[in-house]
Design a protein around this ligand. Sequence first.
Ligand code: NAI
Length: 261
Amino acid sequence: MSLEGDFAGQTALVTGAARGLGRGIARAFLEAGANLVVCDINDAVEATAAELGSETGGEVLALRADVSSAADAARVIDATKERFGSLDHLVNNAGIARVARFVDTPDEDWDRTIAVNLTGVFNFMRAALPTMIAQRRGSVVNIASQAGKRGGELAAPYCASKAGVISLTQSAALEVAPDVRVNCVCPGFINTELQEDEYDAVSAITGEDREQIKAGWMAAMPLGRFQEVEDVAKVVLFLASDAAGQTTGEALNVSGGMVMD
Ligand code: NAI
């Protein structure tokens, strides 16, 4: 099934889209015909937007924003409606990962991880949902993680934040049905800069080398490889599309079989 063109005339907003998974999701929406808004805390979002626009011929608005700020969220939603007249799809992708043993976790790691990964999702949903409810159409896809479905070593704040994203998804889905759907995806491991940084951080604590760590994570993948950005982006577009019109409150694994519940 090709989704190309399915989103023509619709507006999608992707947070944390300067690089990595967010960039891939943004590109997939553009290829499917959507108008696009990308926001990120990193200035590189401007260059990414220009590249995506010239690669796909689509309309892209780039905005600097920190998702942990409610004021930034409101500003981004207003700018989106001003530029494109509607907001049909929100993808809460921005996220960070800090690595530490539970008992050594600094306050700042806990506070910032929850602020970005969990409060950030809350801020953008709270700012965007009134527009979707008023339009009587819309969809939200939150990027959670397999780490939200079970605890993990050296990543307590990250796992807690992603479990919170799954919970926020379910609560919002109940309140905004039947016109608006809210889902999340739970990727396993994707070779992005976030994951590259994690190998180094884990290595610094456990003393294992990067290849050992990688091999250990790979061994947990029944389908035999890490996920590509495109593997996850396709599932995000599926959840946002009419093909998933009877799916809401879902936390869909894209983890190569690593997690099955
Ligand atoms: P990445 O680090 O490559 O990209 C994350 C983007 O979010 C960056 O452009 C960064 O500048 C932006 N960002 C960070 N803090 C922000 C803030 N406060 N406000 C706005 N933007 C902010 O990471 P990656 O791998 O692309 O991750 C994307 C999402 O996927 C995250 O939510 C992550 O937790 C999730 N995920 C990643 C997995 C992986 O293995 N890479 C696995 C499962 C989930």
